[in-house]
Write a protein that binds this ligand. Structure first.
Ligand code: GLN
Ligand code: ZN
Length: 746
């Protein structure tokens, strides 16, 4: 028997995206949106027909956490005047004067959920119509549904609780509403099956609620439906122990990203619960090694009777693309190594048949194919690059030649920048013309020469503008880049790009992560041409712009046959080569963006140290090649450094720019508190909004920063890259920034 935790909802050809965007723009109405949704659900269930259940309520118009907040009636006050879809999308995207709820990453994936806002003055009113409708649809199509529901503990833990509210009080209120919702669902079917998703249990003990798990799941289990509690992304030993003492029917565990779950088997066996064994990877795209999976299952079966084991995906398939059927252009050998959501269901079924010992002739052939694909993947020359492997065996430099204290003096002498130097984070507005230029080049509609002329002209304008307003350190503006990871991935060996490998990031937004399938190396310079061209246009210092190895890794699908740290190290060497070429060509400042450094942090505290060690090491492998006089910058797109400040310091970047505009100087204080000695560029205005900050406002912000760090240590820049803004916004904003600094300097 087997299940999946959930299926991607965006559609094989991103139908849901198109339907949503049509609806938002007023081009289509709610009925049309509903019709598309219904068709998608029916199609997606049809692939699940051989599983024990089809997943209901994994569908969403925007996000499942938002769905639950909406179903519970947990509506922030500013939206209470609205209802229906207007209210629902209002919470997700903002409506009139009411700003949208925040969005943040779903555990350590690249999916974002809408953060519920809870307060002890809320009055909840439940609404189960969405779940009921989808359940009825699945039933009417003849399927056996299970309802996917975010668990109470995960829901509350991920919510923002109003400052003046008391956790206990809020918990009790939400719990009552949640129970009411369950009671209401119970009425729709006497044989209801509910899968409670509790990935929060994978983060380990949380004192605020650990004492409540037993009681609450006992109460839920007594409501009279089949209760499955599932955890994923890590092991959940602590919670499993408690859950084994409850009356729930089944426990779902991730045996791929939480191998330690194997040590819970004994308890589960004793408790006589059904185990939903997460064994097919829900968040990566490689063909399963079925022999290996089978041996894990056999190991599990030594403790738990086979009839109590149900095979499952490790987590929802939401995190992988739809089907590799649409990958028409990809190299056939590489394609044979991949498995997307639909293919994973096939793997699950085949594995189950093997586990039961009932492979027929056709199955056996498929099994053999799987064995040979996996064997080929191990030995293929596409994956194994001798020169990269050799290079990694040689000693690799991980320290700059001269310590910061000394080299910063040399840099000041050579670069000679003023106090409170001004700069930007790298990108300038990506205009429709620019996008069109790149696209027509990609499609072969224009020749290389025309394309390069276009890019050069953008760079020229960009440099001229920066000179004109008097910025101190200039950038080329990144016009040649579609995306900060894709641009590098396309030029590094070992990467491949899918045609249709879309994965939902949030709402209607999807991303197509690069796929790292083999040993990585940099065949030739990636940025040298544009950056040196930009430098040739000005006598001011031009800052070269690269994406860091950890960010490239964290935003890609990464091969699973060697450790992530090893893949990252290979990327670092490529970036290090690029830095060397840039400095040899006369580029004096180089920024290595690590926008996703923090995203890669493990869920469990005990694993953090290891991650920090290798991530740090990789950044330093990239940057230690820099001469003492080459100034290394880095940039990170957030500001909460409390937990990681020590590691940030150890990166040993000469300058770090961070996002702080929205928090005044609060978040910068941690740098001062630890005696951070390197230079810092805390963003002085928020680039996420079209608003143009006034000179006065920026001056005020700079003064706040000066209360925290000495002027010798500060750089002045916006919060992040400017690519999503318009020139009409960027020009006056940066002018004001430069003016503000001038006045402060005086
Ligand atoms: N250099 C990049 C840019 O300006 C950095 C983007 C980011 O931090 N996400 O666009
Ligand atoms: Zn940023």
């Amino acid at each position: 028997m087997s299940i999946i935790i959930g299926f991607p909802r965006i559609g094989e050809h991103r139908e849901l995206k198109k339907a949503l965007e049509g609806f938002w723009s007023g081009k289509s109405n709610a009925e049309e949106l509903e019709r598309t949704a219904k068709e998608l659900r029916a199609k997606h269930w049809s692939y699940q027909k051989n599983l024990d259940y089809v997943s209901v309520n994994d569908f969403s118009f925007y996000d499942n956490v938002l769905d639950l907040a909406y179903a519970l009636g947990a509506i922030p006050e500013r939206f209470r005047q609205y209802n229906g879809l207007e209210l629902y999308f209002g919470m997700a995207r903002g409506l009139n004067d009411s700003v949208a709820c925040e969005m943040t990453k779903w555990f350590n994936t690249n999916y974002h959920y809408v953060v519920p806002e809870l307060s002890q003055t809320d009055n909840y009113k439940i609404n189960t119509s969405k779940i009921e409708r989808e359940y009825a649809e699945a039933k009417s199509l003849g399927y056996r549904p299970k309802i996917n529901l975010i668990g109470l503990f995960t829901f509350i833990s991920l919510s923002k609780i109003a400052e003046k509210s008391n956790f206990e009080n809020v918990f009790e209120r939400v719990k009552s509403a949640y129970f009411e919702l369950l009671d209401s669902l119970k009425k729709i079917d006497s044989n209801l099956v509910i899968q409670f998703d509790e990935p929060i249990f994978s983060k380990g003990k949380d004192e605020r609620f650990y004492g409540k798990i037993k009681d609450i799941y006992n109460q839920i289990a007594s409501k009279g439906f089949k209760t499955i509690v599932t955890t994923y992304f890590e092991h959940s030993l602590e919670a499993t122990e408690i859950l084994c003492q409850t009356n729930i029917d089944g426990i779902g565990l991730d045996f791929l990203y939480g191998e330690k779950n194997l040590s819970s088997l004994n308890q589960i066996a004793k408790s006589d619960k059904t185990l939903y064994a997460g064994i097919i990877d829900g968040r990566n795209i490689w063909v399963a090694d079925l022999e290996k999976k089978l041996s894990i299952l056999e190991k599990i079966a030594q403790e738990i009777p086979k009839e109590k084991i149900i095979l499952s995906t490790s987590c929802s398939l939401l995190h992988v693309p739809f089907s590799k059927n649409s990958e028409i252009k990809m190299d056939k050998e590489i394609l044979s190594w991949l498995s997307y959501a639909r293919e994973k269901i096939g793997e699950l079924e085949l594995l189950e048949t093997a586990f039961k010992g009932s492979l027929n002739a056709e199955d056996k052939q498929k099994w053999q194919e799987n064995i040979s694909i996996n064997a080929n993947r191990k030995t293929s020359t596409k994956i194994n690059d001798k020169s990269t492997q050799e290079r990694l065996k040689q000693p690799i430099k991980t320290q700059r030649d001269v310590a910061f204290k000394e080299r910063i003096k040399l840099q000041h002498q050579s670069l000679n920048y003023p106090i409170l130097p001004t700069t930007t984070i790298g990108s300038f507005p990506q205009t429709p013309e620019l996008r069109a230029l790149r696209l027509s080049f990609k499609k072969g509609e224009i020749d290389e020469k025309t394309y390069e002329k276009g890019i050069e002209s953008y760079i020229k304008d960009c440099v001229a503008f920066q000179e004109e307003i008097g910025l101190d350190v200039l950038v080329h503006g990144e016009p040649e880049r579609n995306d900060m990871v894709e641009y590098f991935g396309e030029q590094l060996k070992g990467f491949v790009f899918s045609q249709n490998g879309w994965v939902q990031s949030y709402g209607s937004r999807c991303v197509k992560p690069p796929i790292i399938f083999g040993d990585v190396s940099r065949p030739k310079p990636m940025t040298l041409k544009w950056i040196t061209y930009a430098q040739s246009l000005t006598s001011k210092i031009l800052k070269g712009m690269l994406t860091g190895p950890v960010t490239i890794l964290n935003w890609s699908f990464v091969r699973d046959d060697i450790p992530r740290s090893a893949v990252c190290k290979q990327i670092s060497l490529g970036i290090s080569d690029e830095i060397n070429d840039l400095q040899n060509a006369g580029i004096k400042i180089i920024q290595v963006d690590e926008a996703a450094f923090k995203e890669g942090y493990p869920l469990r505290k005990e694993n953090i140290k290891t991650y920090e060690e290798w991530a740090l090491d990789c950044f330093k492998v990239s940057t230690s090649i820099a001469n003492p006089t080459t100034q290394i910058h880095t940039h990170m797109c957030y500001s909460e450094f409390n937990d990681i400040i020590k590691t940030i310091e150890d990166l040993d970047a000469d300058v770090i720019s961070i996002e702080t505009a929205r928090s005044g100087n609060e978040l910068l204080k941690v740098f001062a508190n630890v005696g951070y000695s390197h230079e810092v560029g805390p963003g002085v205005y928020d680039i996420h909004s079209p608003r143009i900050p006034s000179k006065e406002e920026i001056k005020k912000q700079i003064k706040l920063l000066l209360e925290v760090l000495p002027k010798e240590q500060l750089w002045i820049n916006p919060d992040c890259g400017l690519k999503t803004r318009k020139w009409e916004e960027v020009k006056p904003s940066l002018k004001n920034l430069v003016e503000a600094v001038k006045e402060i300097r005086e």
